[in-house]
Design a protein around this ligand. Structure first.
Ligand SMILES: Cc1cc2nc3c(=O)[nH]c(=O)nc-3n(C[C@H](O)[C@H](O)[C@H](O)COP(=O)(O)OP(=O)(O)OC[C@H]3O[C@@H](n4cnc5c(N)ncnc54)[C@H](O)[C@@H]3O)c2cc1C
Length: 381
C-alpha cells in the first residue's frame, strides 16, 4: 500500500473499479483500497439491469465485450395489477439495438478487476477503510486495524455506503425478494414491470429464465421465503398474472430491505462520495448502478482534464457536484415517485394510474422522453 497517491478510491466494487479503470490512462497515480481479501468473491449476489447508456460507458472502458453472460432487453412492458392501462417501450422505436441488459453483479465486478490487473492502477485487497476525512490540500483515509494513514489529492469513497454518515430519506417499509425463476412461456428479450398495491414486481430476462425482484412488506417477504418451491411458484403466478403462463422453477431466493438514502456530505475538499456511498435508490427501475457508473465516468473525465494542482480542490469538486446534481436528483425523484405513486391501493388512484399508462402508450413523444431518461439519465449541461 502506498502512503500517498494522486487518487485513492476506497471501495473496489463495480463503481470504484470503473472509476479506477477510467483513470488508468490519465497519468495520475491511482490506488484502490478494497476490503475483500478475495476478489473472486463478490460483495453481493444480485443481477443488475444495465441501461444502454451504461453499456456505452463499459464499451469505452474496454470491458463490455468481456462479459459472457449478458441478456438483452429489447422490450419493457409496464402494467398495473387490477387495471387495464399498460405501456410498452421498444428498442426499435428508440432507434437503439437494445434498451438495456441484465448482467450478473459478480461477473461485472470480475471483468472490471481483470481489466485493472495489468495496468498501472494499484489494487490493494484486505484494505478496509475505517475512517476518512479531509485536511488542507488532501483527503485522508485510515486503513485496517492499525489505522495506517493514506492520503490523496482526491479521495473517492465508493464503499457502497458501509462507512456510515447516511441520511435515510425514505424507509419504504418494504423488502425485495430476489430469485431466478423459469416461466412456463419464456418471452425472450422482454422485461416486465408490474405495479401492485403491495409494491412493484419486476421480471428481467436472464439466460433461459427471469431474474425476479418482488417487493412487499418484510412480513410478506418472510412468508414467501418460507414457502415450498411449488407454493412459491403458484403465489407468484397469482401475484404477477398470466402474462408468462405461470412459472415452473425457482432457485436462489433471498431478500433485501429497501430505503432511499444519501450521504449527508457528498463533497468535501479533496473527498467525494460516488455510487451507493452517495445515494441508494429503490431498485424499482434498476437505476442504482447505472447512476453510480455515471458518477464514476464524470468524475474521471474531470480528474483527467484538470491541472494536477486543481485535483480534488473545492472548485473542481464543485464542478463535479454541479454536473451530477440534475441526474442524481432526477433519478432519486423518478424511482421514489414511481414507488409512492404506484404503491397506494386506492381505487380512484388506480384508475387514474391506469389512464396515465394508457396515455403514455398513446403519446410517443412522452414515451421517448421516459425511455431516454432511463437509458442515459438526465444531464445538467
Ligand atoms: C435488490 C437490489 C437490486 C438491484 N438491482 C439493480 C439493477 O437492476 N440495476 C442497477 O443499476 N442497480 C441495481 N441495484 C443497485 C446496485 O446494486 C448498486 O447501485 C451498486 O452495487 C453500487 O455499486 P458500488 O460499487 O457503489 O457499491 P457496492 O456494490 O456495495 O460495492 C462496494 C465495494 O466496497 C467494498 N467496501 C465496503 N466497505 C469498505 C471499506 N470500509 N473499505 C474498503 N472497501 C470497502 C465492498 O467490499 C465492495 O467491493 C440493486 C440493488 C438492490 C439492493
Amino acid at each position: 500500500m502506498h502512503g500517498h497517491s494522486d487518487v485513492v478510491i476506497a471501495g473496489g466494487g463495480p463503481v470504484g473499479a470503473a472509476l479506477a479503470l477510467a483513470l488508468a490512462d490519465s497519468g495520475l497515480s491511482v490506488q484502490v483500497l478494497e476490503a475483500r481479501t478475495d476478489l473472486a468473491r463478490p460483495a453481493w449476489t444480485r443481477t443488475l439491469a444495465l441501461s444502454y447508456g451504461s453499456r456505452l460507458i463499459l464499451d469505452r472502458l474496454g470491458v463490455w465485450q468481456k462479459l459472457q453472460d449478458v441478456s438483452p432487453i429489447r422490450h419493457i412492458h409496464v402494467s398495473q395489477r387490477d387495471s387495464l392501462g399498460q405501456t410498452v417501450l421498444h428498442a426499435e422505436e428508440e432507434q437503439v439495438p437494445e434498451l438495456g441488459y441484465v448482467v450478473d453483479y459478480g461477473e461485472l465486478d470480475a471483468v472490471l478487476h481483470a481489466a485493472l490487473q495489468d495496468g498501472p492502477v494499484r489494487v490493494v485487497t484486505g484494505a478496509r477503510v475505517t475512517g476518512s476525512g479531509s485536511m488542507a490540500g488532501y483527503g485522508w483515509a485510515h486503513v485496517g486495524d492499525d489505522q495506517t494513514l493514506v492520503t490523496a489529492r482526491l479521495l473517492a469513497i465508493a464503499d457502497g455506503g458501509s462507512g456510515g454518515g447516511r441520511r435515510v430519506l425514505r424507509d419504504y417499509g418494504q423488502h425485495a425478494l430476489l430469485a431466478w425463476v423459469r416461466p412456463a412461456e419464456l418471452r425472450q428479450d422482454w422485461a416486465f414491470e408490474r405495479f401492485t398495491g403491495q409494491g412493484p414486481v419486476a421480471l428481467l430476462p436472464q439466460g433461459d429464465g427471469n431474474a425476479l425482484v418482488w417487493t412487499g412488506t418484510p412480513e410478506r417477504v418472510q412468508e414467501l421465503l418460507r414457502l415450498s418451491d411449488a407454493e412459491f411458484l403458484s403465489a407468484l403466478h397469482a401475484h404477477f398474472g398470466d402474462r408468462t403462463g405461470g412459472f415452473v422453477q425457482v432457485r436462489e431466493r433471498h431478500h433485501f430491505p429497501l430505503q432511499l438514502s444519501d450521504s449527508a456530505e457528498t463533497v468535501q475538499p479533496h473527498r467525494v462520495m460516488i455510487g451507493n456511498a452517495a445515494h441508494v435508490l429503490h431498485p424499482v427501475a434498476g437505476q442504482g448502478f447505472n447512476l453510480g457508473l455515471r458518477d464514476a465516468w464524470e468524475l474521471a473525465q474531470l480528474a483527467s482534464e484538470c491541472a494536477r494542482d486543481d485535483l480534488g480542490s473545492p472548485a473542481m469538486l464543485a464542478r463535479y457536484a454541479k454536473r451530477r446534481a440534475v441526474d442524481v436528483r432526477a433519478s432519486m425523484w423518478f424511482t421514489d415517485g414511481l414507488v409512492r405513486l404506484f404503491s397506494r391501493d386506492d381505487p380512484l388512484l388506480r384508475h387514474a394510474r391506469g389512464a396515465g399508462l394508457m396515455a403514455l402508450q398513446q403519446l410517443p413523444a412522452v414515451r421517448h422522453f421516459v425511455a431516454r431518461r432511463m437509458m442515459f439519465g438526465a444531464r445538467a449541461w
